[in-house]
Write a protein that binds this ligand. Structure first.
Ligand SMILES: [Zn+2]
Length: 236
């Protein structure tokens, strides 16, 4: 009897919804139901030294390793999930997904010597309006899983760049020139930094961020982890 009551109470207490599809779940890995976990279009790029995401940065900025966790597609539950943590105030989803991605990165030997995790910053006004930087929470989840330091104020964003997706390549570069400035070079010096962003849609913002870091702090090494990547950019 008591057992039944307890299980009824605990199912109420712990009843949650999958962060991707919204179905009720009792317990789940990082808040994602077993169906979604099975169906997520993982890239597995974090297991490959050379992969299409790393290839994006070749010849532009020095990157040690680069990967994205899954392929982004319009109309998928994963787009909805990103939308929830980006615009819906659900920052905890970003941290949970960061924890999942971090656990995958931890199992890859390629990311063994990362010793600092740095999120791509939002412009301060945008962060104020949104209340948080979703990439900070992704980075927090990843840093915790990797057991390394997180630094959220190493870089500052000087201005907002409008959406890059529909711009021509030449316009994208003009648009992201001098977008960032390094604030804490003392934190970055001599480290292997994992720069974290949510969705890789053009590569221009990340490239701008990385080139700012290597200019200001030449003796650091940089790797990249984004939660999602659009397939379109990998074919460009
Ligand atoms: Zn689900």
């Amino acid at each position: 009897m008591l057992g039944n009551i307890w299980s009824a109470v605990s199912s109420l207490l712990y009843r949650r919804q999958c962060m991707a599809c919204g179905e009720d779940i009792d317990a789940a890995h990082h808040g994602i139901c077993i169906n979604c976990r099975y169906r997520i279009p993982l890239t597995k790029y974090w297991l490959e030294e050379d992969n299409p995401v790393k290839e994006l940065f070749a010849g532009l900025v020095p990157v040690v390793h680069a990967s994205s966790m899954f392929f982004f597609s319009e109309g998928s539950v994963w787009r909805t999930l990103i939308h929830r943590f980006k615009y819906g105030g659900r920052w905890a989803i970003a941290r949970n997904m960061g924890a999942w991605y971090g656990a995958e990165l931890r199992d890859s030997a390629l990311y063994d010597d990362i010793d600092l995790v740095v999120p791509v910053p939002l412009h301060p006004l945008k962060r104020m309006r949104r209340g948080y930087n979703q990439s900070y929470y992704l980075a927090e989840g990843i840093a915790k899983a990797l057991g390394v330091e997180l630094c959220g104020n190493a870089i500052r964003r000087r201005r907002n760049n409008p959406s890059q997706a529909r711009r021509r390549v030449s316009e994208r570069w003009a648009n992201v020139d001098r977008l960032f400035v390094v604030r804490r070079s003392d934190k970055l010096r001599g480290r292997h930094i994992l720069v974290v962003d949510d969705v890789l849609t053009s590569g221009a913002t990340l490239t701008s961020c990385i080139s700012t870091i290597v200019e200001a702090v030449p003796d650091c090494r940089i790797s990249v982890a984004t939660l999602a990547v659009t397939r379109r950019i990998l074919r460009e």
